[in-house]
Design a protein. Structure first.
Lengths: 119, 142
């Protein structure tokens, strides 16, 4: 019933010249998405990455299990000294992420351009 | 006194994760027919989905022999959603989820784990439901 979650990694450079790792998600983010969300993050090379961008542009449905995976990712990133930002959330999920308190630990931006410009 | 007409739509779901989306789509369709603004439709979808997930996971403990009932009662200017499972209810009130406690590993990222067999509450769905008084009655959304 839940659509498969896909993820891929891109390496970009912000206008300010910082290296940024982008994790792009596609599909639903739910209890079955652990490998696509946490697995993809954990597979990133440790030590060299300072800034991670999460791209939710192609995500239609995120439930509480999916939010828990995002929080777990934020915990691991905080422990590794990395900053995490997100973009591409719908107005509704921007509200949900704000309600849950995720905005205290990850800056939210409407799109990739705005996110990169702020880094 | 004029009689208020209520239209009822019922859905029965298997206790399997993912089927909350069936209830979510049904609630969305009913709310759109009633003329809910788009923002409230989105709130309702999340509230219904989370209530169903609670019912599937905690109320029915993923027992596929049990089903989750979803009853949408549309009145003139209100929509009540009841989500019914075979749980025994909660023995104590759950603490409100806290992002700081989660981030410091003091609370499960998934939320406060309810008592076995109890319908969990207090998460995102519950808060979205309360925001717009979508659910004035007892065992309703959230």
């Amino acid at each position: 019933m839940q659509s498969e979650t896909k993820s891929r990694v891109d390496q970009l450079t912000s206008p300010a010249g910082h290296a940024v790792t982008v994790l792009r998600f596609e599909g639903d983010i739910a209890s079955t998405s652990k490998e696509a969300v946490l697995g993809a993050y954990q597979a990133l090379p440790k030590g060299t990455i300072k800034q991670v961008l999460l791209d939710f542009t192609k995500v239609d449905y995120i439930n509480s299990s999916g939010i828990a995976l995002v929080i777990q990712l934020l915990m691991e990133a905080a422990n590794a000294g990395q900053k995490v930002y997100a973009f591409g959330l719908s107005a509704h999920f921007t509200k949900v992420f704000t309600m849950v308190g995720i905005t205290k630990y990850a800056g939210l931006f409407p799109g990739q351009t705005e996110a990169l410009a702020a880094l | 006194m004029s009689e208020i007409k209520t239209t009822t739509v019922e859905v029965r779901l298997p206790s399997r994760m993912g089927f909350e989306k069936v209830a979510m789509s049904t609630a969305s369709a009913v709310a759109k027919l009633m003329g809910f603004p788009e923002e409230r439709v989105e709130d309702l979808k999340t509230a219904v989905a989370e209530a169903c997930i609670n019912a599937i996971e905690h109320g029915n403990r993923l027992n596929e022999k049990l089903s989750v009932g979803v009853v949408l009662s549309a009145g003139v200017d209100s929509l009540e959603v009841k989500v019914i499972d075979d749980g025994k209810g909660m023995s104590k009130k759950q603490a409100k989820p806290d992002i700081d406690r989660k981030m410091h590993g003091e609370e499960d990222p998934r939320g406060n784990v309810p008592d076995p067999g109890a319908g969990g509450r207090g998460g995102v769905g519950s808060r979205l439901g309360r925001q717009g008084e979508l659910c004035p009655a007892g065992d309703t959304v959230g």
